[in-house]
Design a protein around this ligand. Structure first.
Ligand code: IMP
Ligand code: MG
Length: 182
């Protein structure tokens, strides 16, 4: 469970202003990289990447930008990865021959992204890359190639800007961390 008690404290890790700035930079980078491509399909991994995808997609300039969604769940109400993510909603439109960019909130163990990569690759996209807003490298168990990342983060439970605290706090404008202080 998310840990509570006097030895834990919540604090802002990344401010709203820093988020906006970084999203803008990522949008410019993606715009440059896909400039000569005829397609760009951004896949929002729900629910965590909801705000990130909304903001990032508006910072990307591409004439054929499409947005799709997938729902994957790997945590339940726990802060320990199940390592067996379940896909609840798949991409509904054809992706064969398209440049697909998975937009994820955070990479932790890597199991969720690995299962998304396998699932999408089986449908023969022209290219497939990952954009993750946050990455906790200390806890990675499976190597997944993250082409675009917003911030590296320390270990600890993060919430806000789409990330949840037992389904709450997704709508906080900053990213918060719950840290052990003693
Ligand atoms: P992974 O499969 O272990 O890489 O877990 C990735 C998924 O777990 C992410 O898409 C998040 O939705 C969720 N997750 C991992 N760490 C956190 C966190 O610190 N706060 C909120 N959600 C998290
Ligand atoms: Mg997620």
């Amino acid at each position: 469970m998310v840990e509570h008690g006097p030895e834990f404290a919540d604090g802002i890790l990344i401010s709203e202003g820093e988020i906006k700035q970084r999203v803008k930079e990522l949008g410019q980078e993606i715009t440059r990289d896909y400039k000569n491509e005829d397609s760009l399909l951004m896949v929002c991994v729900l629910k965590g990447a909801i705000y990130f995808t909304a903001d990032l997609s508006r910072e990307v300039q591409h004439p054929n930008l499409e947005i799709e969604t997938m729902v994957i769940k790997s945590y339940g109400s726990n802060t320990e990865s199940s390592r067996e993510p379940i896909i609840h909603l798949d991409i509904l439109s054809p992706i064969k021959g398209k440049n697909v960019l998975i937009v994820e909130d955070i990479v932790d163990t890597g199991y969720s992204l690995k299962s998304l990569l396998d699932r999408i690759n089986a449908r023969n996209p022209k290219s497939l890359k990952i954009c993750a807003f946050l990455a906790k490298d200390e806890t990675r168990e499976i190597d997944v190639p993250v082409a675009y990342r917003g911030f590296n983060t320390p270990n600890g439970w993060l919430f806000g800007y789409g990330l949840d605290n037992n389904e709450l706090d997704r709508n906080k404008k900053d990213i918060w961390i719950r840290k052990k202080i003693s």
